[in-house]
Design a protein around this ligand. Structure first.
Ligand SMILES: *[C@@H]1O[C@H](CO)[C@@H](O)[C@H](O)[C@H]1NC(C)=O
Ligand SMILES: *[C@@H]1O[C@H](CO)[C@@H](O)[C@H](O)[C@H]1NC(C)=O
Length: 455
């Protein structure tokens, strides 16, 4: 393994500087201005869907296999969506064909930079912020930076949760967020957006948003996203979304919902009406419906035949549109198009004050941990070949002792969060979301060892 690493690293570095011989679809990259996304001069709204056939249990990269992505892209076209989020990708694989097909369909992609084996451990973040972990994160950037329809990378997914102790991990996730931006810049890539995707937790949502938008330019995220399951086929006011607009008015970064779609009642997806309405567009930039495929937690709108056998490893079966949700989403997308004009966005990209510690927020100092010494070489040399989804994992990687940081790692120690420390395992409104797929699968043991990550 070791002897080929250097060669692969050189090959990967060479590949990034060479122009690709592949003719790519013409799709304009997404940028930000003030608190909004833009496609050229036009305001861009996320009108998308979360996409991870098989869920965390299967841990299949749907963008590395055309037998998976192609039939789904046909469904995406039918749905009329303009974006997808993929939670787990294999940074050792090629994604040219799927990304090209998506670009041809006008679909942008948001990629989670973490995966089950390479992630920050919410229960004990300090040792998990190490060079082995960052190498994987950076390799994921390398794998997707070349595609014009890569819209964004998520630096973390629901790492901070409803227990106060988990807010301590925000320091490390924000360091990763900063490091990812630094890597994109150092490697000469286009400015691909980097931001955090927060859990549906009222107690610390605003603090988290402020935290990721405070400090130096290098430290501030490019956007903020959170997951929201409060609609439940009600309306703008009953769901409390009006309050979420009020609370975020004046926030200086683009915001969108990285997951929405409560399943308490038959879904009609009228969320989209409000998301595209002037009630929201000055503050929010759309959202991603959770989710495409039907998994044990029952949020899907497409059933993949045979996708639930053998731990979900084979996601290539026939696709069945589930009634009535699939058609309801098609209809809602048609009925509630993106508004024209600028939606009343704010032109100023205003920084927030760092939140003060209180009953729900632990972080006292705005200082972030330094990038681990051993990881700094990646900025100049590139990350080299990614470990993929089956590598040794990073949470107990050897170099963690050398990590220098601005806080006390022991603060969070011993505060083991729910054992598996997986995301979404328990939402604030418990029961609304149900259990994440891995908790009802044979992957429990793996997740207990490897900590944070879930859909
Ligand atoms: C809005 O902010 C207030 C004050 O911080 C808080 O009490 C309330 O729960 C927030 N509402 C929502 C929907 O986040
Ligand atoms: C817009 O806001 C008003 C006032 O809060 C509310 O009555 C109306 O239902 C909202 N409409 C949409 C589409 O969100």
């Amino acid at each position: 393994m070791k002897s080929v690493t250097l060669l692969s690293a050189l090959a990967a570095a060479a590949a990034t500087v060479q122009a690709s011989p592949h003719k790519r679809a013409d799709i304009e990259p997404i940028t930000t201005s003030g608190n909004a996304f833009f496609k050229g001069k036009e305001r861009f709204y996320v009108r998308g869907i979360d996409y991870q056939p098989g869920g965390a249990a299967a841990d299949v990269d749907p963008l590395a296999d055309t037998k998976v992505c192609k039939p789904d892209i046909e469904k995406f076209k039918k749905l009329g969506i303009n974006s997808i989020r993929v939670y787990s990708v294999d940074n050792s694989k090629d994604h040219d064909e799927c990304m090209e097909e998506l670009a041809k369909a006008g679909i942008y992609v948001m990629i989670d930079a973490n995966n089950p084996r390479y992630s920050i451990n919410r229960a004990d973040p300090h040792p998990s912020y190490n060079a082995v972990y960052l190498q994987s994160v950076f390799a994921t950037i390398d794998a997707f930076a070349k595609y014009p329809n890569t819209m964004a990378f998520f630096s973390g997914n629901e790492v901070i949760h409803d227990e106060k102790e988990t807010t301590y991990a925000a320091k490390y996730v924000k360091a990763v967020d900063r490091d990812m931006r630094a890597y994109i810049k150092a490697r000469g890539y286009r400015k691909i957006l980097v931001g955090y995707s927060a859990a549906d937790v009222t107690m610390n949502r605003l603090q988290t948003a402020s935290y990721f938008n405070c400090g130096t330019e290098e430290e501030r995220s490019d956007f903020f996203a959170f997951n929201d399951y409060s609609w439940c086929t009600t309306d703008f006011v009953t769901s409390g979304w009006d309050q979420k607009v009020k609370n975020f008015t004046g926030y200086g970064l683009p915001i969108f919902l990285s997951e929405y779609g409560c399943i308490h009642n038959t879904r009609n997806f009228r969320e989209i009406e409000s998301l595209m309405h002037k009630n929201m567009t000055a503050v929010y930039s759309g959202g991603l419906m959770y989710e495409y495929s039907m998994e044990p937690n029952k949020y899907g709108i497409v059933k993949i035949k045979g996708g639930d056998v053998k731990g979900g490893v084979d996601q290539t079966g026939a696709r069945e549109e589930l009634k009535p949700e699939f058609q309801n989403l098609v209809d809602a997308m048609k009925k509630y198009p993106a508004p024209s004009g600028d939606g009343g966005y704010s032109k100023e990209r205003k920084a927030s004050e760092c939140p003060q510690p209180d009953d729900h927020w632990m972080i006292e100092s705005s200082a972030l941990p330094d990038m681990p010494e051993k990881a700094k070489q990646y900025l100049t040399n590139g990350a080299g070949k990614g470990p993929g989804l089956k590598g040794d994992g990073s949470q107990w990687a050897a170099d963690s002792a050398s990590v220098s940081e601005g806080g006390k790692p022991t603060d969070a120690k011993g505060q083991v969060v729910g054992g598996a420390s997986g995301s979404n395992d328990q939402d604030e409104n418990a029961g609304v979301r149900g259990q994440a797929p891995f908790l009802v699968s044979g992957a429990v043991a793996l997740m207990t060892v490897f900590g944070i990550f879930a859909l």
